[in-house]
Design a protein around this ligand. Structure first.
Ligand code: HEC
Ligand code: HEC
Ligand code: HEC
Length: 287
């Protein structure tokens, strides 16, 4: 009898401790739902195509077609698109069994019945209901999925086959700042030397773009960048400090910030979300 109650007290203490740990950290955490790993088979590189995304595009097209044909009371086409929608919607639970419970089969059946009975106004109502179901899943999973599975991955990109991208970035960042420090302190030669090094490192970075950009649409540096580079060089030789600041700023936006807006942001998020849970990290108090 005695042992039993001690056991219960210990259980309660453990639960209280867990609740305490959770509450003391909740203000510092962003909680996200993780999509089931079975989703990965519908994305590159496991799949040749982005199958999941294309299923989604079809769902959007099918709901739009149903709306159009319900409004124009075109029964034949309405039925045709309803059949497609029903198939693709149910396909979700075949593709990702863990998401079966996220589907609203009652709504899709109701929509089907309304289509069968030519109740055009009710068809529109059911579509609105269905849209709520689509949105509920998107709110939970859309952004995380797109970041995890579709953001371009830079983890294997190496400069000249050896230097990591991160290290190369640090080098270029140093050079940009060396240019600035040198011209601010009136050291023209040092500024020009750093400028030439930066130019060289940019070209080396540029060689990696074609790993993914097969056509030359993303040549780096491109013509605009090259002309901004020569503006900076000219300015370092003959310009005022103000001109030099402007030329360097223009160049940095073009050759660093634009790419960061696309690639660094998306890659950082992908990396962050791809990290598996780390309880030690979670329990540390130094946020
Ligand atoms: C069980 C979860 C789930 C349900 C239900 C769902 N989707 Fe999605 N949908 C997703 C996920 C995950 C993505 C993100 C895919 C990506 O970006 O690679 C997505 C993305 C999309 C996209 C691309 C969005 C964009 O702006 O790039 C469209 C369009 C779409 N869904 C349409 C629909 C429609 C229409 C329905 C309802 C008939 C629906 N989805 C139901 C999970 C779901
Ligand atoms: C790991 C593959 C990969 C590498 C390496 C890569 N890109 Fe991209 N890039 C992409 C993809 C895929 C897109 C399409 C948009 C997206 O999905 O983010 C893109 C889009 C872009 C965009 C925005 C869209 C556009 O066309 O304007 C820019 C700018 C860009 N890349 C520049 C570069 C530059 C510059 C390099 C080399 C320094 C580079 N990328 C290297 C995969 C890559
Ligand atoms: C491919 C397009 C691209 C271009 C062009 C680019 N960067 Fe980056 N940069 C990235 C990516 C991706 C990362 C994230 C790398 C990582 O975390 O492994 C990054 C990270 C960085 C970092 C952080 C490195 C660290 O220590 O974590 C710095 C600093 C940086 N870039 C500076 C620059 C400068 C300066 C330029 C221009 C001269 C530049 N980058 C041009 C894509 C680019």
């Amino acid at each position: 009898m005695m042992r039993w109650s001690v056991f219960i007290v210990i259980q309660c203490l453990i639960i209280l401790m867990l609740i305490g740990v959770f509450y003391s950290h909740q203000n510092h955490m962003i909680l996200l739902k993780e999509p089931p790993t079975s989703l990965s088979q519908w994305y590159k590189p496991q799949n040749k195509r982005q199958v999941w995304l294309h299923t989604m595009f079809r769902l959007r097209r099918e709901t739009l077609a149903i709306e159009i044909y319900a409004l124009s009371k075109d029964d034949k086409n309405l039925r045709k698109w309803m059949e497609k929608l029903s198939k693709d919607y149910r396909e979700i639970k075949e593709m990702v069994p863990e998401w079966e419970a996220r589907l609203d089969l009652a709504v899709i059946n109701e929509l089907q019945a309304n289509v069968n009975d030519k109740r055009y106004e009710e068809v529109i109502q059911s579509l609105l209901e269905l849209d709520k179901n689509c949105e509920a899943c998107h709110t939970d999973f859309r952004t995380v999925t797109a970041s995890l599975y579709r953001a371009p991955d830079f983890s294997n990109i190496k400069i000249d086959g050896s230097t990591s991208l991160k290290l190369h970035m640090r080098t270029m960042s140093k050079q940009v700042n060396q240019i600035k420090i040198a011209y601010m302190d009136g050291k023209q030669d040092t500024a020009l030397t750093a400028y030439r090094q930066l130019e060289k490192e940019m070209n080396r970075l540029g060689d990696t773009c074609s790993t993914c950009h097969k056509d030359s649409s993303q040549s780096y540096p491109n013509d605009l960048m090259i002309s901004a580079m020569s503006d900076l060089e000219q300015s370092l030789k003959t310009g005022t400090i103000k001109d030099q600041g402007k030329a360097l700023g223009t160049l940095a936006v073009m050759v660093c910030a634009d790419c960061h807006g696309t690639h660094r942001l998306a890659y950082d998020v992908k990396e962050l979300l791809g990290k598996s849970e780390n309880w030690r990290e979670l329990l540390k108090h130094n946020f």
